[in-house]
Design a protein around this ligand. Structure first.
Ligand code: SAM
Length: 212
């Protein structure tokens, strides 16, 4: 994602009630933000939050946490919440590398990875959010029957992700190279910002669902 610096975004986020601050200190207390014990679904690399906002709106009995590394992007999601707040959506500004310091073991029911940055150089493979290093982290925080859902139009990244699933010994529950043409998998599909943009350009969307 090309990032335009938004002056003042860090300060704005620091003041927001829609953000979980000092997230590592909140480990084990995340449900207190929702005042219920509904399941937790997270999106890692949510960008401006179009997908997770709509998911939260459609599913009031699931708690959603959107994770984004950059303030300049996260601020857009916060502004959407200010216009129409949802009680079941919170955000964390953090690098997903630290995910196990924020979520407890087996705390999360579902992880969404949407149009993750591809990191095309081989030497950066472990930074890809679908790498075996990240799968290892996700395994710690996911419930035993928890799943990861990943969508991308980037075929190289998708092939890499499938290899990593095999290497890490996870189970492939579903897989398509053309989500929008797949009647079963596209049912109830909520488009992300990138999905809308790239599918409008004619790119087919890959998707997998996996569990460990
Ligand atoms: N998921 C959105 C969508 O589908 O429209 C945004 C996709 S954008 C290409 C990828 C986003 O992931 C960017 O906003 C980027 O800052 C974020 N991101 C990349 N690596 C990350 C990491 N390690 N931790 C948290 N966010 C990350």
């Amino acid at each position: 994602m090309r990032l335009k610096n938004v002056p003042g975004s860090k300060e704005y986020i620091a003041e927001s009630d829609f953000v979980i601050h000092d997230e590592k200190e909140q480990k084990g207390r995340l449900l207190e933000y929702f005042s219920n014990d509904n399941p937790i679904h997270i999106e890692i690399g949510m960008g401006k939050g179009q997908f997770i906002y709509e998911m939260a709106k459609n599913n009031p009995f699931i708690n959603y946490i959107g994770i984004e590394k950059y303030s300049s992007v996260l601020i857009r999601a916060i502004q959407k919440m200010e216009a129409e707040p949802l009680a079941n959506l919170m955000f964390i500004r953090m690098d997903a590398e630290d995910i196990v310091d924020v979520f407890c073991e087996k705390e999360v029911d579902r992880i969404y990875l949407n149009f993750s940055d591809p990191w095309p150089k081989d030497r950066h493979a472990k930074r890809r959010l679908e790498s075996r290093q990240f799968l290892e982290r996700y395994k710690k925080i996911l419930k035993e029957d928890g799943v990861i859902e990943f969508k991308t139009d980037n075929n190289e990244l998708f092939e890499f992700a499938l290899e990593e699933v095999k290497e890490a010994n996870w189970q492939l529950l579903a897989c398509t190279r053309d989500l929008h043409a797949d009647a079963e998998l596209s049912e109830g599909n909520v488009m992300t910002e990138y999905e809308a943009k790239f599918s409008a350009q004619g790119n087919p969307i890959n998707k997998y669902i996996i569990k460990y």
